[in-house]
Design a protein around this ligand. Structure first.
Ligand code: SF4
Ligand code: FES
Length: 248
């Protein structure tokens, strides 16, 4: 395949960025999107030009580091895959592909296609944990009966990889899907009950402080989420928040 890439280049958070055109040839359908960018970067380095900066780590859909807005969609045109799992066979010879960073006030651009998602980490730090007595008398988690439905739903929520696609997909740049997944994975389990009140208040408060927008029930986040995190988690977080607020 021969492709035209229109890639966002920006030196740092304070500089103005712009789309720059690149032509690339010899792209195979079996290449991942990031492998295609590797080929481009090799070409750029060989020509003495600056390679395109983009975020990646595991390249197998686990870490959530890869974060590209491809033709206006976070993680591109495929469903339930991350950018690193997106294959070039989803594109056609002669296509023009727009590649931009995730856009949100709370995700400032570091360089080119890489954004700073430490705002997500601060939301996690605010309450995304449980305190466990590790004195040696810790009860085996498997000894605590949990209804299968709750265990399954908690596991589903825990599959959120913190990629930020939900924020990038949302017209309000809301982080409700991410935060609600992190709240839900504990709210559904007995181990999460001890700190449940403080957790939801602290995580929602941190989310607001980071400058994420509000949820207006558009549902774009659920569609673009590579892990299929359900909007039901947002409804659960709203219930948890109301309960916690009433407790004071
Ligand atoms: S909810 Fe989905 S889109 Fe949002 S951070 Fe988690 S995995 Fe990514
Ligand atoms: S690089 Fe880890 S999920 Fe894509």
């Amino acid at each position: 395949m021969n492709l035209t890439l229109k890639i966002w280049r920006q030196s740092d958070a304070n500089s103005k960025g712009k789309l720059v055109d690149y032509n690339i040839s010899g792209v195979e359908g079996d290449m991942s999107f990031l492998e295609m960018l590797d080929v481009l970067n090799e070409d750029l380095i060989n020509k003495g030009e600056e390679p395109v900066v983009f975020d990646h780590d595991c390249r197998e859909g686990i870490c959530g580091a890869c974060s590209l807005q491809i033709n206006g969609e976070p993680h591109g045109p495929d469903r339930l895959v991350t950018t690193c799992q997106l294959h070039m066979r989803k594109f056609n010879d002669g296509d023009t592909i727009y590649i931009e960073p995730f856009r949100a006030k709370a995700f400032p651009v570091v360089k080119d296609l890489m954004v700073d998602r430490s705002s997500f980490e601060r939301i996690q730090h605010a309450g995304g944990y449980i305190s466990v007595n590790t004195s040696g008398n810790t009860q085996d988690a498997n000894a605590i009966p949990i209804p299968k439905k709750d265990a399954d739903e908690a596991m589903d929520a825990a599959t959120c990889i913190g990629c930020g696609a939900c924020v990038a997909a949302c017209k309000n740049a809301s982080a409700m899907l991410f935060t609600s997944a992190k709240v839900s994975q504990y709210a559904l389990l007995p181990q999460g009950q001890v700190e449940a009140t403080e957790r939801v208040l602290a995580m929602v408060n941190q989310m607001d402080e980071e400058g994420f927008g509000n949820c207006t029930n558009t549902g774009a986040c659920e569609i673009e989420c590579p892990k299929g995190i359900s909007l039901e988690n947002i409804a659960r977080m709203n219930r948890e928040y109301l309960k916690a607020s009433l407790k004071g």
